[in-house]
Design a protein around this ligand. Structure first.
Ligand SMILES: NC(=O)CCC(=O)C(=O)O
Length: 318
């Protein structure tokens, strides 16, 4: 697929990470709570409202392979085709779209279990993104499934009930081109590299790291992907809840292109904000010019063969 390397110019903007707690077995309670927290995030901190709000992985359902088939919703999104929200079968998509429209803020709607419309045997872990008009502009289906087995510590096998997505997805806003991944996707540097080489200045992952690898790798992976690619990098986690089967690490975070942590939540429910400053992006790239020193005569540019989808809500100024 063609690589679009024409970057949109990065503008200053404010991001809000909603580290949601209280994911219960009752989906409508989860949706109501998420909506309330989006409204709270939209009200902003001090006088400044955010331009983009992010929710965590699997926010409408308990996180577990046995839960995905029970909570899965059919979305039926086709890239490049305007999505008909009126006839959407997904209550989560309708809630998220309404919240984005009401707040007039871009929304990365965490992720939800999705059932494929054309093949109901296939389930995905899917992130949906909304414009401030409530349009569904792009979806990202988790590409790399979280199949981990560290004996005596953590065993989880998403592939028991989920199928991996087959494309790298990004979207354009008036302030940045933003790449998407979901949680375990962050461990695959190719995905972030492909996003950065396609002009993303920011990469966002709804996530839910576990209590074994979270303390070891969460911050390190943020900083590694940020510094390797000289981009802003963020993962938004659920809050930790000792009452659930899967305990998330929390610590939702934003890191700048020099690897500096701009904001970090604790482990309880919390909203954290960060200001994205283009000056840091440009000075990192000017001072450490790795983006212009690639040696494609020595190794190939794997991003050229990648399956990339760029969603946008109409015309975005350059
Ligand atoms: N939900 C996930 O993909 C968890 C990934 C994780 O914990 C990791 O260590 O990777």
């Amino acid at each position: 697929m063609a690589v679009n390397t024409v970057p949109l110019s990065l503008k200053p903007f404010r991001i809000a990470l909603v580290q949601l707690g209280q994911v219960t077995p009752d989906k409508s309670k989860n949706l109501n709570h998420a909506r309330e927290m989006i409204m709270k995030a939209a009200a902003g901190e001090g006088a400044t409202k955010p331009d983009l709000i992010v929710l965590p992985e699997c926010f409408n359902s308990p996180y577990g392979v046995m839960h995905f088939p029970v909570y899965a919703e059919t979305i039926g999104f086709t890239s490049g085709v305007p999505y008909d929200m009126e006839s959407s079968e997904s209550e989560s998509v309708k809630m998220l779209s309404g919240a984005a429209r009401e707040t007039e803020i871009w929304l990365v709607g965490g992720s939800i279990p999705e059932r494929d419309k054309s093949d109901s045997s296939k389930l995905y872990n899917t992130c949906t993104v909304y414009s401030p008009k409530g349009e569904l502009v792009v979806i990202h289906r988790k590409v790399h499934l979280f199949d981990m087995d560290i004996p005596g510590k953590i065993t989880f096998k998403e592939s028991e009930t989920l199928t991996g997505g087959s494309a790298m997805n990004m979207f354009d806003t008036p302030f940045a081109r933003i790449g998407l991944g979901i949680c375990y996707d962050v461990r695959f540097p190719e995905l972030a590299m492909i996003a950065a080489r396609n002009g993303c200045q920011v990469i966002i992952y709804p996530a839910a790291f576990n209590m074994i690898t979270g303390p070891l790798h969460w911050e390190m992976l943020h900083r590694a992907r940020a510094v390797d690619n000289q981009v802003f990098m963020s993962m938004c986690s659920p809050a930790r809840d000792n009452a659930t089967g899967y305990q998330a690490y929390g610590h939702s975070m934003v890191v700048d292109p020099m690897g500096t942590v701009l904001t970090q939540a604790g482990h309880l429910e919390e909203i954290v904000y960060a200001d994205i400053d283009p000056a840091i992006f440009h000075s990192a790239r000017a001072g450490i010019p790795v983006t212009t020193q690639r040696r494609f005569d020595v190794y190939p540019d794997v991003s050229r063969e990648a399956r990339v989808v760029i969603g946008s809500a109409g015309k975005v100024p350059n």
